[in-house]
Design a protein around this ligand. Structure first.
Ligand code: NDP
Length: 443
């Protein structure tokens, strides 16, 4: 990096103790040096310097009372990162690891992801360090209500439209939306990922996992490969992982391993998804329960080991930085020829470098997992029209969007001399649209 070195230096200086944010910015800037060379007007206008600084950062107190009457205080965040191409859009994450740096990394990624969808949505992200695990339904409800009591001041169907992420599923979105309606007396598309009776879209639940497989299907096809007959490993067992498993299986793959934050299961016969859904979606228990129903399967404590298993295709769908350099080395040595990122930034920069150098077909998160937010934007459209499309209609739109994202990434990679490098292609294609808009708006 030469022209953009000062941008990275400033980010580190201005945002100390935010390693995930630094990592996300570095990963994008590494691809943009050549764009800066071609667009001196963007350099002069400081577009690169502006895009790494959120338009607005909101941090707020979230007090709530547990079932024993005890008060708790959590911290809420909403980062309104970039609105050049549309209202801020991005999920809410409830997890004890959430802090300002994590929300900023996610919000920054979201700018480019949303741009790639081709839909008019800007980038934002939010959440809280609240831990929803082992909380009662009433506690979750009270927390969500308190969170929205403050958040409602900053969001709106044409301003900022949050959705779910880790720890925020349709139950939490329901409670958040319920509180918004009580406070504002409005039925709008202010949150996406709503249940169907609340104005949600068909396919939104499946969209990120399905979209990941649609994207990877295009990338595989371009190299003469396919899911059909492939052995697949998927980390996580949440929303993204479950529907990635379902679609990969429909496309002819055998998914042999899945995980949660405690450990992973291996089933040589192929994971039984109904059992996973019963354990994780209905009973909200740990994944090791799987072996009670399928005694031939094995459970191993700890998450990293999953990448030591042999597979053709790996789909990391749990969390950030779950594949490091060593895991990448092992995957490649074991013959893995494709990696599709369902989670946000699940591979470290070193791991991504290894995949690219070794010609692994690599689908970067901001392109490969954009199906969720794209379908959220379709939910916003349906809410505005007061109309609902059928499952097939939304699914067809999702397939087209993911195909177009692949084409955009592939074309940008080739145009800028990064042959087959979809990481660079996604960064460049996602960035250029937003940069053009910022330049025109005088942002
Ligand atoms: P869920 O909360 O539904 O599931 C998360 C899964 O990952 C769970 O199985 C969880 O295990 C596991 N997990 C969470 N933290 C860790 C950790 N530190 N180490 C290992 N495993 C962990 O979330 P989603 O499926 O919605 O999200 C997964 C990823 O996909 C995230 O990176 C998210 O940002 C990204 N994403 C999600 C989208 C969506 O539409 N939902 C859209 C685009 C990206 P446990 O059950 O033990 O908690």
């Amino acid at each position: 990096m030469e022209i953009l070195k000062h941008v990275m230096d400033d980010v580190i200086k201005r945002n100390p103790n935010e390693p995930e944010f630094h990592q996300a910015v570095k990963e994008v800037l590494l691809s943009l040096e050549i764009v800066a060379e071609k667009h001196p007007e963007w350099v002069k206008d400081k577009i690169f310097d502006k895009i790494v600084e959120p338009e607005r950062q909101i941090i707020f107190r979230v007090p709530w009372v547990d079932d024993n009457g005890e008060e708790h205080i959590n911290r809420g965040f909403r980062i309104q990162f970039n609105s050049a191409i549309g209202p801020y859009k991005g999920g809410l994450r409830f997890h004890p690891s959430v802090n300002l740096g994590i929300v900023k990394f996610l919000g920054f990624e979201q700018i480019f992801k949303n741009s790639l969808t081709g839909l008019p949505i800007g980038g934002g992200k939010g959440g809280s360090d609240f831990n929803p695990k082992s909380k009662s339904n009433s506690e979750i409800k009270r927390f969500c209500q308190s969170f929205m009591l403050e958040l409602n001041k900053y969001i709106g169907a044409n301003t900022d439209v949050p959705a779910g992420d880790i720890g925020v599923g349709s139950r939490e979105i329901g409670y958040l939306y319920g509180m918004f309606k009580k406070i504002r007396n409005e039925s709008t598309g202010v949150l996406t990922g709503k249940g169907l009776t609340l104005g949600g879209s068909l396919v939104r639940t499946e969209a990120t996992g399905y979209g990941l497989c649609y994207f990877m299907n295009e990338a595989l096809k371009a190299k003469g490969k396919s899911f059909d007959g492939a052995t697949v490993i998927i980390s996580g067992s949440g929303n993204v992982a479950i529907y990635a498993n379902q679609k990969a299986t429909q496309l002819g793959a055998k998914v042999v391993a899945m995980s949660d934050s405690n450990g992973y299961i291996y089933d040589a016969n192929g994971i039984n998804l109904n059992t996973i859904r019963k354990i994780k979606e209905v009973e909200r228990k740990r994944i090791h329960e799987y072996t009670k129903y399928h005694p031939n399967a094995s459970y191993t404590e700890g998450c990293d080991g999953i990448w030591k298993l042999k597979c053709d295709i790996a789909l990391p769908c749990a969390t950030q930085n779950e594949i490091d350099e060593n895991s990448a080395k092992t995957l490649i040595a074991n013959g893995c020829y494709a990696v599709g990122e369902g989670a946000n930034m699940p591979s470290t920069i070193e791991a991504v470098d290894l995949f690219i150098k070794n010609k692994v077909i690599f689908g970067p998160a901001k392109a490969a997992n954009a199906g969720g937010v794209a379908t959220s934007a379709l939910e916003m459209s349906q809410n505005s029209m007061r109309y609902s499309w059928t499952f097939e209609e939304v699914d067809t739109k999702l397939q087209n969007i993911m195909k177009n994202i692949y084409i955009k990434c592939s074309n940008a990679a080739n145009e800028y001399g990064f042959e087959d490098n979809l990481v660079a292609g996604a960064n460049i294609a996602g960035f250029t649209k937003v940069a053009e808009a910022m330049y025109s708006l005088g942002f």
